[in-house]
Design a protein around this ligand. Structure first.
Ligand SMILES: [Zn+2]
Length: 146
């Protein structure tokens, strides 16, 4: 069913618009203050400015363009997980560390897998696994528990 939908999206512009509208109904689970922070950092980053500009003007190749969304100037990655379509704000490198720290302490310093899973439902960042591993290895609270 999903494949058929994508194929139709490719074949017909009008249905493509329909797909987008359907995606847009999905909720974002990150707080407004975090989104503001992410937006501010994205706007400092040349790579992000470039992707957002191209996305807005339709210059990105279709396959790439359809995996992103831009809302209120924030770049989101559209991710299919467990049959659900998630809109995950793309975290700039400069914020990865503080966002991992925020989630990791929010779940009371649970381990690597739990921290990674909590992040996966909220944010998108390339290199997330490595960053989480490194963060936990260096977390003073987790170290003291050992
Ligand atoms: Zn910890």
């Amino acid at each position: 069913m999903k494949l058929q939908m994508k194929y139709r999206c490719l074949a017909n512009q009008q249905i493509m618009v329909f797909c987008k509208l359907k995606f847009n109904k999905n909720r974002v689970y990150v707080s407004d203050s975090k989104l503001e922070q992410i937006a501010a950092e994205q706007q400092q980053d040349k790579e992000f400015i470039d992707i957002i500009t191209k996305w807005e003007s339709g210059e990105l190749p279709f396959e790439i363009g359809q995996s992103y969304d831009v809302r209120n100037g924030v770049l989101y990655r559209i991710v299919e997980r467990n049959d659900e379509t998630l809109f995950l704000p793309v975290v700039p490198r400069s914020l990865i560390w503080s966002i991992i720290g925020h989630i990791h302490s929010k779940i009371h310093h649970l381990g690597y897998i739990q921290t990674l899973h909590s992040l996966y439902g909220l944010y998108y960042a390339p290199g997330m696994r490595k960053a989480v591993k490194k963060f936990i290895e260096n977390c003073p609270v987790c170290k003291s528990k050992k």
